[in-house]
Ligand binder design. Sequence first.
Ligand SMILES: [Mn+2]
Length: 410
Amino acid sequence: MITLLHLADLHIGVENYGRIDPTSGLHTRLIDVLDRLDEAIDLGIARNVDAVLIAGDIYKNRTPNPTHQREFARRLQRLRAEGIPVVIITGNHDVAPTTGRAHSVEVFNTLALDGVTVIDRPSAQPVTTRSGTFQLITLPWVMRHVLMTREETRDLSLLEIDQVMLNRIAEFLARSVAGLDPQLPTVLMAHATIDGATTGAERQLLLGKDLLLNRSVVALPGVDYVAMGHIHRHQHLGEQPPIVYPGSLERIDFGEEGEDKGCVIVELARGATRWAFHRLAARAFHTIDVDVRHVNDAAAVIETAISRVALAGSVVRLQIRATANQRAVLRAVDLRRRLEAADASYVGDITIAVDHAPRAHIGSDDSIDGITPRQALQRYLQGVKHDAGEVMVLLEVAEQTCFAAPDERE
Ligand SMILES: [Mn+2]
C-alpha cells in the first residue's frame, strides 16, 4: 500500500484581506497559507505518507518574491529531511509567458535535488517510494505552443484550436495508459478543469476561457486515482477511478466563504484506491447581510445580526440594505469599529445600499440571457456603485485581470 498526500492551489503570495504582521514582517495572509501548508505536511508525516503530490499553482503568480520562495523551499526541505519525495506539476499561475523563460518552480528542478521533481510537460514516469513504485502520468497546465505549432494554428478558429488541443490531450493520455505496467498502481495528476466541476460563484466567469476536459478523458482504465488541481473548491467527480480536487489551502475570497479547505490522503492500491479529505483550519470568512428597510430600529437589528456571528479571528464584510432615511443616520465608521472590537482579523467592505427604483440597467430588460461576462459585471457594478467614474476604473481593472487570457493572467 502506497500512501500519498495530495495538495493543490497553494497560492503562496495571495495577500488580500490582511495586513503586515509587525512581529514577523510577513503579511498575515501569507502566514495563514504557510500555516495551512505546515498543517497539511504535519498530517502527511503523521500518516507516514510515501510521497506528496502538488497539482499546480504553487504561488500567486509566476514571479514569487524571495520571501515566498524561501518559505516554500523550507517546506520542501522539511519533506526531504523526512525522506518523503515531492512531485510538483505546474499550474496556470506558475507557467512562464514565453519559451526560454523560467516558470515559478523551475529552479527546484534545475538544482536536481533528491526527492523533488517538478514536471512542466505532459509525461509519464515511475515514482519510487519506500512502500513501492507507482506510475505517474502528468498533465500540467497546457499552453497552446506546447501542443501545437504556429503553422498548425494559423488557419483555425479559437474553437477549432481548442478542439485540436483537447484531441491531443486525449491522445496523449490514451497512449500513456496503453504503455502502463498492469501490475503497478497508477496516478494521473493534472492541472485543468473537468467538465461538470463546480466552481465558486466568483470564479465562474474567470474560468470561461479554460479548456474543459471530459471526465471520460481522465477516467481511464488502469488509472487508480486522478489527482486534480486548479479549482479551489474541494470536490470529487466520480469514484472509478476517484477524480479529486483537494481545493485551495485557504479562502482567497468571499466566494469561498462556505467551502471547507483542506488536503487529501490517498491510499493507493491497484483497482481499490481509497481517499479521504482532511479539513484544515483555514481562516473563516463571513458576510453579514442585513435588510433593515422594513424595521423601525435599524441599529438594533444590525447589532443582533453582528452579535450572532463568531467574529474573532475572521475576515468579515457587512452588507446592509436600507432606506434613504436610515442611510442618513447609519455610519459605516461606527459599524467598522464595532466589528474590529469583536476581534475580527480583518474588516472588509461595509456597504449600505439604498434602493433607487427603478434600478438602472444597461439592457432594456433584466434578462441575463446572452450577455457576456463583461456586460454582466458592468450591470452588477452599475447596480451597486453610484459613481460612474468608479465603475469605469473597476471595469478597467477587470479587463486587465479577469478578462485577460488565462496564460496572461496573474
Ligand atoms: Mn490554476
